[in-house]
Each structure stands twice: as structure tokens, then as C-alpha cells.
Design a protein around this ligand. Structure first.
Ligand SMILES: *Cc1c(COP(=O)(O)O)cnc(C)c1O
Length: 368
């Protein structure tokens, strides 16, 4: 019997390009004639050094990262950086305070973690629901704060910034875990960008940190050594054993992005895929509803409800069951918001998005 094709709309860990998986499979037992697997290779071997250098160079090329920025690889995922950012940066100014924009689960978690290490100011009126970005005219940044922090794409709520916050000179820090390399970004506007790999650039186990050089020697004394930016920078991310295999997978994904036209091409495709889904939501006469403000709807994670505004749970279950029968998996919304969430990361193809769009149209016709 022919195996039905699976389309993975998971929010993370998420779909990887088929060609990346095939290459990893091909090289699994014997990497590049070395006689060993990347899984069992010394992180100080020449083969692994080349993998690290290739990964860094591809990141620099794809994002045009200026020379005065370090590119580093950390364990501990995106959440590890919720701690690393304040541990390394909150001491930049003597007040030890930081400004946070709290627009969803992930920035909220980051702000909570930062409170352990200094004073945290949320710069806008608190949001009742995470469905919009407060208008910049309502923000009040704190003079003397060490940095301004925001999450560029709120994976759970589907809220994405399509502008770079103006900080009037303050150091800008962004969590780009779920839209990293989905579109171009002017790195020079940031003090620091970080991204866990398992959403858009690889598998779990590694987070990329891109940080301006002058910011890295201000760590608090209690900063764990594995999270210390200066220590990892001086050691080319090899102070201790890095997540070797995850970095290797990232290198394959980055090559795949490059061979497919780079971040500009990714952006074009991501616009196209997300429009396909939002267009159906918008024209469904409120059968499908997306609670997020039109101005900040995410291209990466599309949350929506089925049947009525608060969601008809019976219909939503039927929607998910029907999708699953067609091979479309991991469409269930985050447990904190319910409903449906379609994640449309780089590796999700236009055909994949089309399959979902077609199913949504059919489901609408049957139930309206
Ligand atoms: C998934 C995610 C995280 C957390 O990543 P972990 O690797 O699970 O710690 C942080 N921020 C954003 C935006 C995410 O999508």
C-alpha cells in the first residue's frame, strides 16, 4: 500500500526540507569520507571545525551580518537566551534595568526571567489579549535602560512585527526564534538577535546568537559560564561541547536556503503561503476567524478558530480529524489559546499551503 504523504504544519520542532533529511541520512554513517558520523566526531576535529565555519559563514552571507557582530551557537534553546540576555546585558548601564515589549507568551516569559536579574519595565499599557502590537506612540521607553527587548514573531499567538521598533539609540534585542531567515533583516539596527533552531533553521538543541561586539563584556558575575557571551565568543562557541549534530543540520538548512534564492526568495514564498490561508479566513464570512489585528498577522504562524468567533470545539475537532486523514498534521492550536494554528515556516512548500487552503475551502462548503 502506498504511504500517504504527510504534511507537517507543526509550530516547532517543525518541518525540515526533504533534501536536508536525505543528505543527513546519506552522510549519517560516514561524514565526508571521515569514516565516522557527525554524531560521534570530536568537536575539535578538522571536519567539525569546517562545519562550524560553514554554518557561521552562511549565516553571515544570508543576513549580510556586519563584521563587528559575533555569531555564536548556544545550547539551552530560545529559553536559555531569556536568561542569557539579561545575565549578559542588563549590566550595560548602572541602573540595571531593561525595557520589554510584552506581546505574547514568549516575550512574557522572557520578561519574567529577566526580573531575576534586574528591573524590568513593560513600556506599554498591559494587553488583555495578545492580538496586537501596542501603537508605538503609546510606548514610554525608560531613560538609562540597558536594552529594549521584543519578540519579533509570537509563535503561540501569531503576532509578528513588520517594523523595527525605534529605540532612540538604546540597544535593541530581538527573539527571532520563529521567523529567523523567513525574510531579510537589517542586523545593524540590533544589539542582539537570537533564534532557537527548531522552528525555521534546523532541529532542536542549538540557538544562534548574533551580537554586536561592544556588548559582550558586561556579564553579571553570577552568569553561568556556558551562557557567557564573551567566553563563548573568545572560544568560537567551543568553550564546551556544542550541539554538534544540530549545528550540522543547521548548516544543511542554510545551504538549502541559499540554493533556493536566500532570504528574499523565502520572504516572497512566505507572503504567498500565508496570504493563501488568510484570504480564505477573510472571505469565509466569519466561519473562520483570526483574532489578530490585520496589521500584525504572522506569516509564520496562522492561528484561527472554526465555526464561530470563540471557536466551536466540536467543529474544530472535526476539522483536525479531517485534516489528519489527509495527512496534514500538527494543526492544533497551542493549548493556551485553542483552535487551529498552521505554521508555515520556510520548509513548508506552496503546495503544502495550497493543500491546506483547499481543505479549508471544502470544509467551509460542507459546514456553512
Ligand atoms: C519556541 C520559541 C521559544 C522557546 O524555544 P525553546 O528552544 O523551546 O526554549 C522562544 N521564543 C520563541 C519566539 C519561540 O517560538
Amino acid at each position: 500500500m502506498e504511504k500517504k504523504q504527510t504534511i507537517n504544519f507543526g509550530a516547532g520542532p517543525a518541518k525540515l526540507p526533504q533534501s536536508v533529511l536525505l543528505q543527513a541520512q546519506k552522510e549519517l554513517l560516514d561524514y565526508n569520507g571521515s569514516g565516522v558520523s557527525v554524531l560521534e566526531m570530536s568537536h575539535r576535529s578538522s571536519d567539525f571545525t569546517k562545519i562550524m565555519n560553514t554554518t557561521e559563514n552562511l549565516l553571515r552571507e544570508l543576513l549580510s551580518i556586519p563584521d563587528n557582530y559575533k555569531v555564536m551557537f548556544f545550547q539551552g534553546g530560545g529559553t536559555g537566551q531569556f536568561s542569557a540576555v539579561p545575565l549578559n546585558l542588563i549590566g550595560l548601564k548602572e541602573d540595571r534595568c531593561a525595557d520589554y515589549l510584552v506581546t505574547g507568551t514568549w516575550s512574557s516569559n522572557a520578561a519574567k526571567e529577566a526580573e531575576k536579574y534586574g528591573k524590568v519595565n513593560v513600556v506599554h499599557p498591559k494587553l488583555d489579549t495578545y492580538t496586537k502590537i501596542p501603537d508605538p506612540s503609546s510606548w514610554s521607553l525608560t531613560p538609562g535602560s540597558s536594552y529594549v527587548y521584543y519578540c519579533c514573531n509570537e509563535t503561540v499567538h501569531g503576532v509578528e512585527y513588520n517594523f523595527i521598533p525605534e529605540t532612540h539609540g538604546a540597544v535593541l534585542v530581538s527573539d527571532m526564534s520563529s521567523n529567523f531567515l523567513s525574510r531579510p533583516v537589517d542586523v545593524s539596527k540590533f544589539g542582539l538577535i537570537f533564534a532557537g533552531a527548531q522552528k525555521n533553521v534546523g532541529c532542536a538543541g542549538v540557538a544562534v546568537v548574533i551580537v554586536r561586539e561592544d556588548l559582550i563584556d558586561h556579564a553579571l558575575t553570577e552568569c553561568p559560564i556556558v551562557l557567557n557571551y564573551q567566553v563563548q565568543a573568545q572560544n568560537n562557541s567551543l568553550y564546551n561541547t556544542p550541539a554538534c549534530f544540530s549545528i550540522y543540520i543547521m548548516s544543511l538548512v542554510l545551504e538549502w536556503i541559499k540554493n533556493n534564492g536566500g532570504v528574499d526568495a523565502m520572504e516572497t514564498l512566505n507572503k504567498k503561503k500565508s496570504s493563501m490561508i488568510y484570504d480564505i479566513i477573510n472571505s469565509s464570512n466569519h466561519f473562520y476567524t483570526c483574532p489578530v489585528d490585520v496589521a500584525c498577522r504572522s506569516r509564520m504562524n496562522v492561528p484561527f478558530r472554526v465555526g464561530k468567533k470563540q471557536g466551536d470545539e466540536t467543529l474544530e475537532k472535526e476539522f483536525l480529524d479531517g485534516a489528519s486523514k489527509l495527512g496534514m498534521i500538527s494543526l492544533k492550536g497551542h493549548r493556551s489559546v485553542g483552535g487551529i494554528r498552521a505554521s508555515l515556516y520556510n520548509a513548508v512548500t506552496v503546495e503544502d499551503a495550497q493543500a491546506l487552503a483547499n481543505y479549508m475551502k471544502e470544509f467551509l462548503k460542507e459546514h456553512q
